[in-house]
Design a protein around this ligand. Structure first.
Ligand SMILES: NC(=O)c1ccc[n+]([C@@H]2O[C@H](COP(=O)([O-])OP(=O)(O)OC[C@H]3O[C@@H](n4cnc5c(N)ncnc54)[C@H](OP(=O)(O)O)[C@@H]3O)[C@@H](O)[C@H]2O)c1
Length: 335
């Protein structure tokens, strides 16, 4: 595949270390629908067409296949390791063995360091890959500041050992960040969180930006292929919102591309997933051409529906009332 966007034209975010991170990346979670072969092929094609940020995680169960694509890209000299920004994530059942998990992921990917390594969820509650929405693990427990900080210390050690250049948190809330940030020896460079026009999280977004932490937005298109366990009645599809469709019609583009233009112009880093070359090519091109107007940005800001899609109910602990408990909606850490 030909280079479709010169990577030098892709907007960049500056992390607190001074390092640059592309303002858009490619996601690699197959939503229990797309397998490792298709996804690794998409990573290969995406890098060839100009993507430089790849969002990986151990629980996506495709690091070895993505590693094969990376080896191909390096062998063909399409890119060198230093040209890429690769993220990884420790899964919930490995919070007491972060270094071993990180080393396994690095070995599978065939690289020697992560640019950014996340704690995927802030508690050790584990669900089997591919489980359904009613699945509960009786060993699940509420968030614990002490346990999270123990996991974070292990992440800090990864930076000191050169296994990760930056570390980050994912699926956090303001009360949890308030509790842990003052105790961080190395602060998070980024927070990965659900962000799309129907779920803009304005308070958390502003909170992290104010602290020089880069917001990375997952499900930037409203995750139309997400697994059954992440679907509930009343969910709003970002790409079907009339405000998004109207702006898309005005620009003569697919609503997906409006979601991505909005995300990059707002200041987050979307990581849209696609295994389809026409889609991932257009997704990258969209953020380098034909920006939204200030008025369109304001229309989308006002269109927020506060509709969280990934509610995380499979992580609930015995005695928890409902998925809202995971997100500290009353402003304090729910235990
Ligand atoms: N940190 C976390 O806890 C967390 C949680 C969830 C996701 N993530 C990360 O975020 C990434 C993205 O999230 P996601 O995959 O759930 O959702 P998404 O990127 O919002 O949606 C991906 C889907 O959108 C459709 N799509 C993509 N480009 C399109 C285009 N140009 N036009 C029309 N449709 C298009 C495709 O659907 P079809 O396949 O049906 O064509 C694709 O499967 C994941 O892959 C993963 O890396 C992280």
């Amino acid at each position: 595949m030909e280079l479709c966007v010169n990577p030098a034209l892709v907007p960049q975010r500056q992390l607190f270390t001074g390092a640059s991170m592309p303002a858009i990346g490619i996601g690699t979670f197959g939503s229990d629908k797309y397998g490792p072969k298709e996804i690794s092929e998409a990573v290969y094609g995406a890098v060839r067409c100009g993507y430089r940020l790849i969002d990986c995680a151990a629980v996506y169960q495709n690091e070895a296949e993505i590693g094969t694509s990376l080896a191909r890209l390096f062998a063909e000299k399409t890119v060198s390791r230093e040209d890429l920004f690769i993220t990884g994530k420790v899964w919930n059942d490995q919070h007491r063995a972060v270094e071993a998990s990180c080393r396994n992921s690095l070995a599978a990917l065939g690289i020697s360091y992560f640019d950014l390594y996340f704690v995927h969820w802030p508690f050790p509650n584990y669900h089997a890959p591919g489980c359904d929405g009613d699945s509960r693990n009786p060993d699940s427990k509420p968030f614990s500041v002490e346990e999270f900080l123990d996991t974070w210390r292990q992440c800090e050690d990864l930076v000191e050992k050169g296994l990760a250049r930056h570390i980050g948190m994912s699926n956090m809330t303001i009360p949890k960040l308030e509790a842990v940030l003052p105790a961080c020896r190395i602060r998070p460079a980024a927070i990965e969180m659900e962000l799309h026009p129907a779920f803009q999280q304005p308070e958390l977004f502003a909170y992290v930006q104010k602290r020089g932490i880069a917001p990375i937005g997952y499900c930037p298109l409203g995750s139309p292929s997400r697994p059954e366990r992440d679907r509930s009645e009343g969910d709003i599809a970002a790409m079907d919102m009339p405000e998004i469709r109207e702006i898309a019609a005005r620009h003569g583009i697919h609503p997906a591309l409006v979601c991505l233009k909005w995300a990059v112009q707002r200041g987050q880093t979307p990581i849209p997933f696609s295994v389809k070359p026409a889609q991932y090519r257009e997704n990258l091109r969209a953020v380098t051409t034909d920006p939204l107007t200030e008025q369109e940005m304001e229309t989308i800001r006002q269109a927020d529906r506060n509709c969280r899609l990934v509610k995380g109910q499979v992580f609930l602990w015995p005695g928890a009332k409902g998925w809202e408990d995971l997100w500290d909606l009353d402003g304090t850490i729910t235990t």
